[in-house]
Write a protein that binds this ligand. Structure first.
Ligand code: ZN
Length: 136
């Protein structure tokens, strides 16, 4: 699959403003975007650290994936996203390798990326997101 880099790390937070404050005040990073992703029932905030981003995820619905994650496990790292090329082909490849997919076809995520999740049970408990920037 050969991902080129870690595109972002997704962190589930219970209070987006407080967490933005933390990254801005402690690390001197600048939040460059806050974006609603209704499809995933989250509000997101982004920071850049080199080539990688930090994606803060605040739930907008207790029944959404982040709402459920936080009620079960509390705040913390939710997923790691790998930047790939030709995401459809990579999903097929993962499936052929016996990986359980959450998304068998890509959908639109934050930042207009095409994204798809692999199931954590296939990846040592880590939720892995593949993403491809087809806009660049
Ligand atoms: Zn993500």
């Amino acid at each position: 699959m050969e991902p080129s880099h870690i595109e972002h790390i997704g962190i589930a937070v219970s209070n987006l403003e407080a967490s933005i404050d933390f990254y801005e005040k402690v690390f001197g990073l600048k939040c460059y975007k806050v974006e609603d992703v209704p499809d995933q029932k989250v509000r997101t905030a982004f920071f850049r650290i080199g080539q990688t981003k930090i994606e803060l995820l605040e739930s907008t619905d207790p029944q959404g994936p982040i709402g459920k994650f936080i009620s079960k496990r509390g705040e913390g790292i939710h997923h790691i996203a790998f930047a790939v090329k030709d995401i459809e082909k990579q999903l097929k490849h993962a499936e052929e390798k016996g990986v359980t997919l959450i998304d068998s076809t890509p959908r639109k995520g934050a930042e207009k990326l095409d994204i798809a999740f692999l199931h954590p049970k296939s990846a040592s408990g880590v939720l892995i997101e593949l993403c491809e920037d087809k806009n660049s």
